[in-house]
Design a protein around this ligand. Structure first.
Ligand SMILES: Cc1ncc(COP(=O)(O)O)c(C=O)c1O
Length: 391
């Protein structure tokens, strides 16, 4: 098939997974709008969403918010400050609002370098701990679990340091066959447009701590709840009923979505393994690490490490021209600590260069179009191989 024919395949590709449940979302939203009950305090959609998320994660409760950033800021506001100059270790790869939330809470973010699965392991976190370290935020990024989560959780528990899981990108991601988000004190998820549960903007935070749940609800804007004595005041970071009505059908569909995505994800992993410039692939084969296998991922991405940033940039350029959704953390990317204004670049002890990584999004696509989709990606990689060799 020529390039034009292959590119037409992408007309059939569904990248915005939220559109797969449009009918159910509209039905719920219509009910909410018709009822006139638009606020979480009086309505039932936000409550149902919170209960669904908590049940899915095996957590006592959850608080739905306007975004994951708002959820993180709310949590940090409600966590008592134990030290004068508290430090919070955060990962090198997450999102710019994470260090900002830490700074706004009066604490100092300390950056833990990423390894080749894009997350820090205990070996990267331990040397950063200090008597003023009271929390560690660990992010499960690119639809995969942070593979060292259990060990990090155990080591932090022994030291009385709080673990917070940033699961903003991790809907449908599992560790030991359980959804991520049950290892730390609390877990934060996002429903921003590009997530597997997408409502435009939105977030949710889950925990087993009933005092914390109460505090977050009250401080976050539920005027029917008494403020805790220690609260500085009451803000408003509540999710609306319409947002929850959009999220719920997507949450109900999540397990099915994963099953729809996995065959193409598996096929792409197989294809990329045969391309010579590929250094490693994520999710990787189960024999190497069970927590990095395709079953632990949410099926939505395949990541590759290439020899140099030039190779990744070149592949990203080819994929862009073909209309294939991908992420290349090139210069200025707000997911990387080196691009956060609060981070002195000298303070990050880099282990990997994220600019050598890129990942490709798996669309929902009829099986008959899989070969053409795979061809588009292999030709982008092979072209890069040839051009970088002859350059
Ligand atoms: C790892 C990570 N943490 C936090 C956030 C913030 O989420 P939100 O946009 O819902 O505030 C994002 C957003 O993409 C993210 O990727």
């Amino acid at each position: 098939m020529d390039i034009t024919g292959q590119t037409r395949v992408l007309d059939e590709a569904v990248y915005q997974y939220s559109t797969l449940t449009t009918t159910d979302q509209l039905e719920r939203i219509t009910r909410v709008v018709s009822s006139g009950t638009l606020s979480a305090i009086a309505g039932d959609q936000v409550r149902e969403f919170e209960q669904h998320v908590a049940g899915h994660l095996g957590r006592q409760g959850a608080v739905a918010t306007a975004s994951a950033t708002a959820a993180l800021e709310l949590l940090l506001e409600c966590l008592p400050q134990r030290e004068q100059n508290e430090r919070v270790v955060i990962p090198e790869v997450c999102w710019i609002s994470v260090p900002t939330a830490v700074l706004r809470s009066g604490r100092t973010p300390i950056i833990a370098p990423a390894t080749n699965d894009l997350t820090p392991h205990w070996e990267q976190i331990e040397p950063l701990l200090h008597e003023c370290t009271t929390a560690v935020i660990l992010a499960h990024v690119r639809g995969r679990p942070a593979p060292d989560t259990q060990r990090i959780a155990d080591e932090l528990t022994q030291r009385g340091i709080t673990l917070i899981e940033d699961c903003a990108q991790a809907w449908g991601t599992a560790l030991n066959q359980q959804p991520v988000g049950h290892h730390g004190l609390a877990a934060v998820f996002s429903t921003e447009t590009h997530k597997l549960v997408a409502t435009g903007e939105g977030g949710v935070i889950a925990t087993d701590d009933s005092h914390l749940l109460h505090a977050m609800r009250a401080v976050g804007g539920n005027t029917r709840l008494a403020l805790p004595d220690t609260a500085q005041g009451r803000g408003n970071v509540r999710m609306s009923e319409i947002t929850a009505a959009s999220a719920l059908p997507q949450l109900n569909y999540l397990d099915d979505l994963l099953q729809v995505l996995r065959p193409l994800q598996d096929a792409l992993i197989d294809r990329i393994e045969d391309v010579a410039i590929t250094r490693s692939i994520l999710p990787t084969s189960v024999e190497q690490s069970p927590d990095l296998g395709a079953d632990a991922s949410n099926g939505s991405l395949v990541g590759v490490w290439l020899p140099t940033p030039r190779h990744s940039h070149h592949v990203a350029d080819q994929l862009f021209r073909s209309g294939i959704r991908h992420w290349w953390p090139g210069p200025g990317d707000p997911h990387l600590a080196q691009n956060w204004p609060s981070t002195p670049t000298t303070s990050i002890g880099h282990i990997v260069d994220p600019a050598c990584y890129l990942d490709i999004q798996i669309p929902v696509l009829d099986e008959s179009h899989h070969p053409a989709f795979l061809d588009l990606i292999t030709s982008a990689l092979r072209l890069t191989e040839d051009e970088c060799e002859t350059a």
